[in-house]
Ligand binder design. Structure first.
Ligand SMILES: Nc1nc2c(ncn2[C@@H]2O[C@H](COP(=O)(O)OP(=O)(O)OP(=O)(O)O)[C@@H](O)[C@H]2O)c(=O)[nH]1
Ligand SMILES: [Mg+2]
Length: 352
């Protein structure tokens, strides 16, 4: 079960590395009031706050009911340019983002908005937009302007609420925000994060295997055309199919598919097809089917006499045809196997 074992090793590593609970990150400019907001949500002064910039210098986690809320440093400071901040704190690894702003939106905020859009293409996280220090804003009209401005710059593809809060002496809007942040549907968000990682791992496993299998096929194509080993189809084919059996074995190994994987998935039509190609007879059937794909005209161009060895071009084409066919079948089988492993793992995550 090389394929199954190998993939399970990969997803075990992901599961060990990823937090199995929902994490909310609080992000924004320095001094916007991120740490103050956390204190107000939790109802206790747990995070340090202050007038100077870079008060928060590392990611700090706090328990917040069933959630973990993470205080991140501000970006666009001497310590953390936006790029450095993004690389160091990987905001995309959190399940929910709270974006806090207070004064003007800067270039750094635009960079965050662009990043959010990119992250959303992979996995869409709930996003809260929070305008802190809202007692600064005097009229409803000004509030609407602030709202319009941030939504325009963020250019989100669905409507979002903007929470106006104040963490100073005149507490405002915190209760409403708290109610929405404690959304019970967030309990399971960490699962979708982990599942997305499994899917990513599956894709990269498959594309890697496919890449190296194509590399093998290239080698065999060259070998085949040099040796002119291939058949003259339509006639009684006496072919050296050994080279095909070897090529198929190499391709299969690139996917890590071994006999045990085969046995387990034998019921699948694609596994049956692959199993047939383990024998000389199976290979001959495939080669014959290649013959029917090419018109006699094309064939005759290269092979003037019945029974004569095929030309280099035909040999090359046949090796490519057989290799690509086998490669796509291995890809299909491996996809089924990995999908099934992910399904099994998803069920076990439900028990956590
Ligand atoms: N009046 C008023 N003061 C606030 C409000 N929110 C935060 N402050 C004050 O603003 C200062 C900065 O707040 P912090 O919560 O430390 O800001 P931060 O975003 O965590 O800052 P960094 O960690 O440096 O990025 C502190 O002195 C807070 O007491 C608010 O809504 N109104
Ligand atoms: Mg802070």
């Amino acid at each position: 079960m090389a394929l199954i074992n190998e993939f399970n090793k990969i997803i075990n590593e992901i599961q060990e590395k990823e937090a199995t609970y929902t994490r909310i990150a609080v992000v924004g400019q320095p001094g916007a009031g991120k740490s103050s907001l956390i204190n107000n949500l939790i109802g206790k002064k747990v995070a340090e706050t202050g007038q100077v910039t870079d008060v928060t210098r590392k990611a700090t986690e706090y328990k917040f009911n069933f959630l973990t809320i993470v205080d991140l440093p501000g970006y666009g400071t001497q310590l953390f340019s936006f790029e450095k901040w993004k690389t160091e704190f990987e905001p995309q690894k959190y399940d929910v983002l709270i974006y806090v702003f207070s004064g003007k939106l800067l270039e750094e905020d635009n960079k965050l908005f662009t990043s959010i859009k990119l992250w959303n293409e992979k996995i869409r996280r709930p996003l809260f937009l929070v305008r802190n220090h809202c007692t600064d804003i005097e009229t409803e009209e000004d509030k609407n302007r602030v709202k319009r401005d941030v939504l325009e710059k963020l250019d989100y593809d669905k409507p979002l609420n903007v929470y106006f809060i104040d963490c100073g002496r005149n507490k405002t809007g915190i209760k409403d925000l708290k109610k929405d942040v404690e959304d019970p549907t967030f309990i399971n968000l960490w699962k979708s994060r982990i599942l997305a990682k499994f899917e990513e791992a599956k894709k990269s496993y498959l594309s890697n295997s496919h890449y190296w299998a194509c590399d093998d096929i290239d080698t065999y194509k060259k070998m085949a055309s040099l040796n002119g080993i291939n058949p003259f189809f339509g006639a009684d084919i006496a072919v050296d199919v050994g080279i095909y059996l070897k090529m198929f074995k190499d391709i299969r190994e690139r996917y890590g598919i071994d006999d045990d994987d085969f046995r387990l998935y034998y019921a699948l039509p694609v596994a049956k097809k692959l199993a047939e190609l383990l024998s000389k007879n199976g290979v001959l059937v495939l080669i014959k089917s290649f013959g029917t794909r090419f018109t006699a005209k094309t064939v005759l161009k290269y092979v003037p006499f019945l029974g004569q060895a095929a030309s280099a071009t035909i040999s090359w084409k046949l090796a490519k045809y057989a290799g690509d066919d086998y490669n796509s079948k291995c890809y299909a089988l491996a996809t089924e196997v990995l999908d099934n492993e992910i399904k099994k793992r998803t069920k076990s995550l439900d028990c956590i």
